[in-house]
Design a protein around this ligand. Sequence first.
Ligand code: HMG
Ligand code: MG
Length: 306
Amino acid sequence: MSTASSSDRIVKIAEMSARDGLQNEQQSISAECKIALVNRLADAGLRYIEAGSFVSPKWVPQMANSNVVFAGITRKNGVTYAALTPNMRGWENALAANVDEVAVFASASESFSQKNLNCDIATSLSRFEPVVAAARQHGIAVRGYVSCILDCPYDGAISPSSVEKVTHHLLAMGCYQVSLGDTIGTGTPGRTRTLLHYLNQTFKPEQLALHMHDTYGQAIANIFVGLDHGIRTFDASTAGLGGCPYAQGASGNVATEDLVYLLDREGFYHGIDLDELCRTGEWISQQLNKSYTARAGRGIRSKACI
Ligand code: HMG
Ligand code: MG
């Protein structure tokens, strides 16, 4: 394999379980449990871990102990520990917690922006500007999110041009990459292809990532479309944990186990120990009194596939 084609086979996984995975849990989850999760994920080989968010505890109480989590984790060389920051207050708290990277999160849909951030899209972007500027001054990279890239739970179908507009704003203000969120997991491969074909006319594939929730079991198929369009960063959540408090009924991101299995079988490099990851997925499911639902994880733990 040539060097060029080898590097094209490298995929980065942004691990979401400690943030997107847990933010919607109603039960109280101790900081110790979150710390153990983050440490186990790093031990399994994940190199980008979103470990919490510095949002209003009135809005998302589950993330209120993110500063304790950041203080308690064992930082591993080469691992980026990231957090969400919706405004300057969030940025200051993230800085104090010594985060490696922050993320700002906008929406392609006006109604979702109102529900999630209590403001319209334009206002949210204007609040992110100083966050991005301050982070960059401190040498801290900023990732952006755009939610509701295909459908909004309140506004219905979203046009590719709305996604393009917000993505452009986030990149222009200094985000190095924008993660495109199928927040409610209604996307299918054909619609994902149409959107990515449209966005590829404006953006380089490395400026984009996919964040596919798996509510309708379409996330892996949609990610495969992303791979075909040159995207090499995918968000995923161990054990498929998660959802969004402002998207009722949406389930978690694609299970990291399923994504790693796909990448292994399709000849992509990712650096993750799938057995260790599956043990972590089973462990966190037990901690949350949930059954372990990651398909590849269950297959591997039961030795159903060789
Ligand atoms: P607001 O109520 O309009 O803001 O909320 P405010 O400025 O009026 O502040 C209200 C209170 O919160 C005040 O406290 C502030 O001090 C405090 P009070 O004076 O009432 O005691 N406050 C904060 N506290 C801690 N940290 C902060 C902070 N900011 C204000 N950073 C706000 C606006 C943005 C704060 C709120 O809407 C919020 O926190 N939203 C976050 C919602 C959220 O976390 N959603 C889930 C993550 S996004 C997601 O899951 C989607 C994604 O996965 C991609 C996808 O799937 O599509 C990324
Ligand atoms: Mg999400």
